[in-house]
Design a protein around this ligand. Structure first.
Ligand code: RET
Length: 304
């Protein structure tokens, strides 16, 4: 038999390679992943901008025929929807958004850990909106309940702490206690708010009379359910990135319309037909320090 030396060498090399080299595991480097808004998300942001603008026009229009002394809820609630409209305009046009860079570590059986870079958009305009609107929403509820100034202050400061630490959590890094540490602090602040309203608020609302007590329990309960959904959405979206940016936008859009628009309409219409809900904290809110509002006597024939 004639042996082809080239063929023999190739076969020998192959056999050697087979016996001495274990299969080489392949490590495919992963490309960075960008989690961003798409057309659907942007359209949703525009829709909410329009809804909040309509609510602002309706709420300020409703105050037109209301005596100055009874307009405080209208003023607060209109500021809430105006702020939301501005924040939605910002987000719809691409402002108030930044990327948070997280590095996910992936472990493998035979090779060292690899890392995966994720850049996810954080809509920080939301937190600016919330830091203005949630204290005002709480103020609406605290005034309705007739809570004292000290308890109102605690609720509002706890609320600001909740929103700002929530913002830190959104930009926090994983793999250290930073992100979930901030989240925990925000949740504790949220519990302080619930305590102030569900305990002190409910007691003073009940003391104000049956109608206010019942209304406060209803609108307070509604608020509690909606507000509790925010940290849950946050945990699924920004927290563990199981939700896309568009889904996150849609979820917050629904909540925002319910927590600001529907809440505001419910409060203002009920207030109009419930004199017991009037705010009686001195003449300042109706007449100002100089008593300038008192000139408009005909404005308020009930003298409330
Ligand atoms: C964050 C994340 C950190 C933990 C907690 C949160 C709570 C947010 C809430 C937001 C409410 C917003 C409202 C907006 C109105 O339109 C910051 C999401 C507890 C309760 C009512």
């Amino acid at each position: 038999m004639i042996i082809d030396p080239v063929q023999a060498l190739a076969t020998a090399t192959f056999e050697l390679a087979k016996s001495s080299v274990a299969p080489i595991p392949s490590v495919v480097p992963s490309l960075p992943e960008y989690q961003t808004v798409t057309e659907t998300g942007t359209r949703t942001l525009w829709v909410v901008f329009v809804l909040m603008t309509i609510a602002a026009i309706v709420f300020s229009g409703l105050s037109w025929n209301i005596p100055i002394a009874k307009r405080l809820y209208h003023v607060i609630t209109t500021i809430i929807v105006v702020t939301a409209a501005i924040s939605y305009f910002a987000m719809a046009t691409g402002h108030g958004i930044a990327y948070n860079h997280v590095v996910e570590r992936e472990s493998h059986k035979h090779v060292p850990d690899t890392t995966h870079d994720i850049y996810r958009q954080v809509f920080w305009a939301r937190y600016v909106d919330w830091s203005i609107t949630t204290p005002l929403l709480l103020l609406d509820l605290c005034l309705l309940a007739g809570m004292n100034g000290g308890n109102i202050l605690i609720a509002i400061v706890a609320d600001l702490i909740m929103i700002l630490t929530g913002l830190f959590a959104a930009f926090g890094s994983e793999g250290t206690p930073q992100k979930w540490g901030w989240y925990t602090i925000a949740c504790i602040a949220y519990l302080v708010i619930i305590w102030q309203l569900a305990y002190h608020g409910r007691a003073t609302a009940q003391a104000k009379g049956g109608k206010v007590g019942k209304f406060f329990a209803a609108i307070g309960g509604y608020t509690l359910v909606l507000w509790t959904l925010y940290p849950i959405i946050w945990g699924i979206a920004d927290g563990s990135r199981k939700m896309s940016i568009d889904e996150e936008i849609i979820a917050y859009a629904v909540l925002d319309v319910l927590a600001k628009g529907v809440f505001g309409a419910w409060l203002l219409f009920t207030h109009a037909s419930m004199p017991e809900s009037n705010v009686e904290i001195g003449g300042f809110w109706s007449q100002g320090l100089s008593g300038e509002g008192a000139i408009r006597v005909g404005d308020d024939d009930e003298g409330a």
